[in-house]
Design a protein around this ligand. Sequence first.
Ligand code: G3I
Ligand code: 9MR
Ligand code: ZN
Length: 544
Amino acid sequence: MSTPELRRIAVNQIGYSAEGAKIAIFSGDGQDFRVVNEETGAVVYAGKSGAAALDKPSGAKVHAADFSEVRSPGRYRIERENGAVSASFVIADKPYRELQQGLLKAFYYYRCGEELTEEYAGPWGHAACHTALGTVYGQPELQLDSCGGWHDAGDYGKYAGPGAKAVADLLLAYELYGAAFTAAVPLPESDGNTPDVLLECKVELDWLFKMQEAGTGGVYHKLTTLNFPALDAMPEDDTAELYFSPVSAAATGDFAGVMAMAARVYEPFDQAYSRQCLAAARAAWGWLERYPEMPGFTNPPEIATGEYGDGTDHDERFWAAAELYRTTGEELYHQAVRSLAERPFPKYSLGWADMGGYGTLAYLLTGKAAAETALYASLKQGLLAEADRLVRQSRKDGYRISLLEEDYIWGSNMLLMNNAMLLLAAEHFSGEPAYAACALDHLHYLTGRNVLDISYVTGFGAYPVMNPHHRPSVGDGAADPVPGLVSGGPNRGLHDEYAAEHLQGKPAAQCFADHELSYSTNEVTIYWNSPAVFVTARFNMQGT
Ligand code: G3I
Ligand code: 9MR
Ligand code: ZN
């Protein structure tokens, strides 16, 4: 269809809920617009956009067009007097159901170690991959089962910390918004009893068990080949030797946190599994106690894959202690939470490096009665203050999101969705609907209401990302990319050659290239998908 310059109308390309606010963002001149029902051709609303203002992060002169009065379910588009036409979108009671299912199904496509069959994967299937034993780095005689889990991203590495963040987001979504997870995805394991989101997370948890060092409880930081394979390599053709990188405190803390969480969440469905998770979490905690001071992880010299370096592990320890306390109620862990909380790490950040926010959420969710009064009050107040800051920033932004110019970093869409998660946590603890409204504005940006008029979720929206840096999507021969993947989004750092060559001088929010070579703007990862599942689940709850 038309190019973004001609469209100049940014909408959530999925759509808007019938009862909620409906705002399109215009750029360029001309305020008059009409909303057209695409089935009947009828103009159902005519109006004028508000005053225009220059928006620094996007470099655009933007104005908001409010058509909240349109409430009848249907498929619509917006037209402006200057000839611009928006993407087609729906107005519906619950417009984001399929999006949530697609974002969750993405984890199935990321699975490693098993065949993705045509029945479940359609044209995006492939043979079982990475089934060989892995070698423990520095111990050539020690070869271990490494099979399973999810690939991290556009590459086929598997990294314990990022994997734990992804599972944590999904389990938190299930804990807070369980009613949004009743429909089957479906998955090969769907049994009509255990929710699919738990079945999918079990794939990663089962793999995480294999990352725990026998005897010590420490957790290997990652499992990868020495180098990244070619960009068109299908997973089953990536047969280079796999290595377990050394144990790290960050990975061990993340592992303890997510396993303690899993022990709680799986308990009603599978008590033996729940016990196994808790025992693994306790063993990891034992390792952390034995090694209170550890240097951050850095890649061993021969290993060139993703480092996920992390200078401080107090946040991961804090999360681990808080989840272990929430799950067991044992004083030992409460004591650890209280002493770690005194350390100066970010308490409201949701990873992958700064995991303190998960500790804060776990402690607050434990409830006031079980908490120390002053710590509970300060964490709750801090969370709400952080959410207030995000709301204030969003109100100043042309596209109504909390990202500042300097926030358009590698994986800016993770920051976008993490901020939306934090806003929804604030809604949860305060009951204040303005936080949810602001979070929804973040979702609108993700699926199209942004300066590039692009949906950052493959397969969703009229103008979605088509060429992600994702090896299966490059190599599988299917016309469309694997669906349901969240792209990293604009990154003003221009950290790859393609971006450096093509995006020089662009405003921050336009530093994005829908090109498979641009890994620093257009790669996809499990931990960019997972907060988006959390956010969509909130808006799929009944009665909201
Ligand atoms: O946090 C700082 C910020 O303070 C600073 O202003 C800004 C300026 O550039 O940088 C921010 O740090 C960035 C950091 O991501 C933020 O999380 C770094 O520049 C940036 O280089 C770093 O990128 C990471 C990238 O690996 C390179 O290390 C991404 O977060 C991380 O998601 C990505 O992860 C890769 C794995 O290594 C391999 N698998 C794919 C995956 C996704 O691309
Ligand atoms: O494909 C790799 C991607 O998963 C990583 O996030 C990225 C940064 O570590 O690196 C990509 O691999 C590129 C490598 O770093 C440089 N040569 C080109 C590779 C892409 O084909
Ligand atoms: Zn694999």
